[in-house]
Ligand binder design. Structure first.
Ligand code: ADP
Ligand code: MG
Length: 297
């Protein structure tokens, strides 16, 4: 009962308060359920607003809930509207739409619009997925096409977000706004290091060929990265990561997992957070050099 009250007040504060909904009558209603390739998605209605309960289908993605929440908190600090908001539903907590009761899940605000995959627009061919190869020249072009995109790219670099494919990028035509969803696979490849490497390999003719809009997009990318680095130092991110693991109840509910595998992955992730933080600072210097050179032309 006590735990339920804690989760309820947490929800009230983070979800209802943020959306100015009257939360006195807390009656979540089940709307519909979808089985996706990697997760279960349930649409639930809370006081007239729809949310998504998400739970991964395989327990090998045991850090996904932690990543989705961590990324949403970091995104919120950068720009309150650029991504969905995500709340942790701990392993021990019953919740509407939770498929596995003894496993954590997440509750997500629903972003407006549709994914790039699900609509035709001038952004249909957008490619911002940094995955294994990292930041590319093509991404500078796409960033220059919309003011929201440098912030999303910065977020992906800062969090080493693997998976910004077109299904994880929403666009709302009505307001001409982009939104990032699904940040549950972080700190795989060192994306800031890869960006440095790729930018240094850009030839002087590539740099000379940057349009004014592209230089402005790089400038905005640098500003966004600077803000992230200023607001979240590596140790505070590691601390948030550890707190979320604890809050998720992962360590007590991971009897299915080989404990050594779990602790190794957690230790490696802490290291990657620290490394990527240092790399991001170096990347800011590299971006400054390109921007300054271009502006002198
Ligand atoms: N915040 C959200 N707003 C709108 N749709 C969402 C949101 N989160 C998830 N979805 C929908 O659910 C699908 C699966 O969710 P996602 O988080 O991408 O899961 P997975 O990690 O399995 O790719 C998305 O492709 C999207 O259609
Ligand atoms: Mg997805």
């Amino acid at each position: 009962m006590k735990k339920q009250l804690i989760v309820l007040s947490y929800l009230v504060f983070h979800v209802f308060f943020a959306h100015s909904v009257n939360f006195h009558a807390y009656k979540p209603l089940f709307v519909r359920h979808k089985k996706k390739e990697f997760c279960y998605i349930s649409f639930v209605d809370i006081n007239g607003t729809s949310y998504i309960t998400k739970q991964k289908r395989q327990c090998s993605f045991f850090l996904s809930v932690v990543y989705d929440v961590l990324a949403s908190r970091i995104a919120e600090s950068l720009d309150n509207k650029i991504a969905h908001k995500v709340i942790l539903i701990p392993a021990s907590q019953k919740f509407l739409g939770k498929k596995y009761r003894d496993w954590p899940a997440t509750l997500h605000t629903i972003v407006p619009g549709k994914s790039i995959l699900d609509q035709r627009s001038s952004y249909s061919n957008i490619n911002l997925r940094q995955a294994i190869h990292g930041f590319t020249r093509e991404m500078i072009y796409w960033m220059s096409k919309h003011k929201d995109l440098p912030a999303i790219v910065a977020l992906d670099i800062f969090l080493c977000n693997h998976d910004r494919h077109r299904g994880n990028l929403f666009y709302n035509r009505k307001t001409d706004s982009f939104y990032a969803i699904d940040m549950d696979l972080l700190f795989e490849s060192r994306l800031a290091r890869l960006a440095i490497y790729n930018l240094r390999r850009m030839s002087s003719s590539d740099i000379a060929g940057l349009t004014e809009k592209e230089v402005r997009a790089l400038c905005r990318l640098r500003t966004m990265l600077e803000r992230l680095v200023d607001q979240h130092d590596a140790e505070s991110m590691v601390q948030l990561f550890d707190t979320l693991i604890e809050e998720a109840g992962l360590m007590s509910s991971c009897s299915y997992l080989n404990v050594e595998m779990v602790s190794n992955t957690i230790a490696e992730t802490r290291e990657k957070i620290r490394e990527n933080y240092e790399d991001t600072k170096e990347l800011i210097v590299v971006l400054s050099h390109i921007v300054d050179t271009s502006l002198k032309r």
